[in-house]
Design a protein around this ligand. Sequence first.
Ligand code: TYM
Length: 331
Amino acid sequence: MDKKMIFSGIQPSGCLTVANYIGALKNWVKLQHEYHCCFSVVDLHAMTVRQDPKELRKRCMEFLVQYLACGIDPVENMIFFQSHVTTHSELAWILNCSTYMGELQRMTQFKDKSAKNEDNINAGLFTYPVLMAADILLYQTDLVPVGVDQKQHLELARDIAGRFNGIYGDTFKVPEPYIAEVGAKIMSLQAPEKKMSKSDDNPNAYIALLDAPDVIVRKLKRAVTDSDSLVKFAEGKDGINNLLTIYASFTGEKIEAIEARFDGKGYGDFKLAVAEVIVEGLRPVREKYEDLMQNKDYVHKIYTESAQKAQAISMRTMKKVYKKIGFVERG
Ligand code: TYM
């Protein structure tokens, strides 16, 4: 039987963090053999915030290489830059015309981002979830592995697909989210009531996948915790809960087992242990990244061939869409 389809992407802003790893990349690696997968560096999305062109180009490449370094198999899966596959922008326009302003106004990420970028509340920032819907629906995607912060966008994608299918007849598969039970929302190390964000102004708030071991240890030592000293998952202990979650995600252990191991030990010991599992977990990623960065021709081949495949697959959906909505067939 043919494998089911996965699409997921990460916006090339800031730097990839353990939150992106735990919430997304780790699950991509886990699911990649069971599904046909498209993993994209969604550069069109990054345009919703002002970018320095030189920096953006460099960052996009670094993100793609990190996908590979995390263990995505480029033979079985497609790994590409969103802007290399022209259908994403094409379908986004069509879907823009069947999405309501009210639906977009309800998106919490739009509210948050427009509050942060008051001088640049552009139309792209507003219609961003429609581009995300296009990314997903183009590939007749079954499953979308993401962190919980993308759930609302995914629900909108489902609504848009359902509405389009209702008006024009069956066109898109309605996708399901894949949100892991542990690690769907990793919190900031400096303000553990807020999610960890890869574009946080304070680098101590996140661990980057490429942070050196001593940097990881230093950031963990500075992580904000509460004032008692019990390594226990409990209400009001956001900082410790977050560190327990990170530890559990890296080792695959149950939270209760970790609590038992650190019974009677202080936060200092626990923070060092968390740093250690992160350092060890990311060591192969860092090493493979250094290696691949020396091998640009290989990387170039991967994203070029993947984009060609993705273009062909997504064009099938595009043709179907254009036919359904009544456009004259291309000669
Ligand atoms: P982005 O780039 O903000 O985040 C990339 C992925 O990382 C997850 N994530 C987290 N998971 C756990 N804890 C956190 N603190 C955390 N922060 C981020 C996100 O949920 C996401 O899975 N709009 C998307 C990118 C996108 C996309 C798509 C995703 C564009 N098109 C199509 C899936 C399918 C975004 O900005 O994610």
